[in-house]
Write a protein that binds this ligand. Structure first.
Ligand SMILES: [Zn+2]
Length: 442
């Protein structure tokens, strides 16, 4: 029998995973498919000889799968390699192909989860299988984790596991998962393409809050001075329009310096956001990492046209830079004023780690072995991932590293949670080769 490389299996595995609908609506009552996806992962790992542990994280059907591969040097900390099995909803009527078809067309694998993140989960499974088949012992122990509920903040996934089953992560000191390792192509000083691979070393904090105004209930036809809807609407308007101060964190500073070195682009601090626009579609993510943001997303008040309700509520999606939490909340409370109360809907810390050390070196070396032009740069994700639970609760040093070499003109950022989510087949195979090298040398 000829040897099967990990990259030969990855497209089929990722396609199989896409075909299992694991829609996470955020409402635990309507979540589907995580158990079926876990069954699939278990099958693929057990087939090649892994012993797996399957864990339900706080509610029926919220299945997670763990597998360990011992390393050559037990004195070194283990590396957690994590991916989530759930996806956000997709409306088939908006798509060019059915979102759960997992079809390969025009050089792409299509479907919900193709970049977030059944691509990486497929790569993890393919590499784990090849290591076992070929009897490869990695330098340090590897812990593969396939997780539920990332798309709703990990309450029934990473957060629950870190709180209730820390033993599953025993010995782990560092972690890799989403969202990073993908290429961004920009013209260099000579106008030739420079390929930068963005490694995630920081994440903004999540601060979703419910605002509430209370007033006096009354008849809609009377004079009324104390209307909760008016009070709330004014506060939401003030907060939604507010611009928080520009703060260039260590990670963003290093990112900008690296991009400048590679391309000659300049990022003057007095027009930073203007300059960031030169990064193309990715500027939507990078631009959101130089300020805290507060976007009102939900409003709720009243039940009849002529009844003034006594309360009105809004939800605001706030994202906070590392080190800014206290100052941010002071600023928010000042803007809201004394008539508004707030409570947490979700509150997860920001993360930031340095872009140095052996693991970072190993990522760069693995990328350059497959793409000699690769330059690695650190960046901050404006969103949040399962890494929050692992850093905050388990003290792991977390990176986003799901390597993909992307076509220069692909608007990668728009594919996350987007319509017609898809991943280039070449990128998936490339990423698998890089992950294989990385896990054999880290
Ligand atoms: Zn994701």
């Amino acid at each position: 029998m000829s040897r099967i490389e990990a990259e030969d299996e990855v497209v089929g595995i990722a396609a199989d995973l896409i075909r299992i609908d694991t829609t996470n609506t955020g409402d635990p009552a309507t979540v589907v498919g995580e158990r079926e996806a876990a069954d699939y992962v278990v099958g693929k790992l057990v087939e090649v000889g892994y012993e797996v542990e399957r864990v339900e994280s706080g509610a029926p059907g919220r299945d997670n799968v763990f597998a360990r591969l011992p390393g050559a040097d037990p004195s070194r900390g283990a590396l957690l390699v994590h991916g989530h099995l759930d996806v956000v909803p997709a409306d088939p009527s908006e798509w060019s192909v059915h979102p759960f078809s997992g079809v390969v067309r025009d050089g792409y694998l299509w479907g919900r989860g193709a970049v977030d993140m059944k691509d990486m989960v497929g790569m993890m499974i393919a590499v784990a299988r090849r290591f076992k088949r070929d009897g490869i012992t990695p330098p340090r122990e590897l812990v593969f984790a396939f997780l539920a509920d990332e798309e709703a903040g990990g309450k029934f996934g990473s957060q629950w596991l870190a709180d209730n089953r820390p033993d599953l992560f025993e010995g782990c000191t560092e972690a890799v998962g989403e969202v990073g390792g993908f290429s961004l192509t920009l013209p260099d000083k000579q106008g030739d393409p420079a390929r930068l691979y963005l490694i995630e070393t920081a994440e903004k904090g999540v601060a979703w809050m419910r605002l509430r105004a209370r007033g006096r209930a009354g008849h809609g036809s009377f004079l009324h001075e104390d209307n909760a809807v008016t009070t709330l609407a004014e506060a939401v308007g003030r907060l939604g329009r507010h611009r928080f101060p520009l703060v260039v964190t260590e990670t963003v500073d290093e990112f900008l310096t690296s991009v400048s070195e590679a391309t000659g682009m300049e990022f003057p601090r007095d027009d930073l956001e203007g300059a960031l626009a030169k990064l193309g579609p990715l500027s939507r993510i990078i631009g959101a990492t130089v300020r805290d943001t507060a976007n009102p997303t939900m409003l709720d008040a009243g039940y009849k046209a002529n009844v003034i309700p006594s309360t009105a509520e809004a939800v605001v999606d706030c994202r906070v830079l590392p080190g800014r939490e206290e100052a941010f909340l002071r600023e928010v409370d000042e803007i809201l004023g004394p008539d508004i109360t707030r409570e947490w809907v979700s509150h997860l810390p920001a993360l930031q780690t340095g872009f140095d050390g052996d693991l970072v070196e190993a990522m760069g070396a693995a990328l350059r072995a497959e793409d000699p032009e690769a330059r690695t740069v650190p960046y901050m994700l404006s969103g949040g991932t399962d890494a929050k639970a692992f850093e905050d609760k388990l003290g792991l040093r977390c990176f986003g590293f799901a390597p993909l070499r992307l076509p220069p003109d692909l608007d990668f950022a728009s594919l996350f949670h987007g319509v017609d989510e898809r991943v280039p087949v070449d990128a998936l195979r490339f990423g698998t080769r890089v992950l294989d090298r990385f896990l054999r040398s880290c």
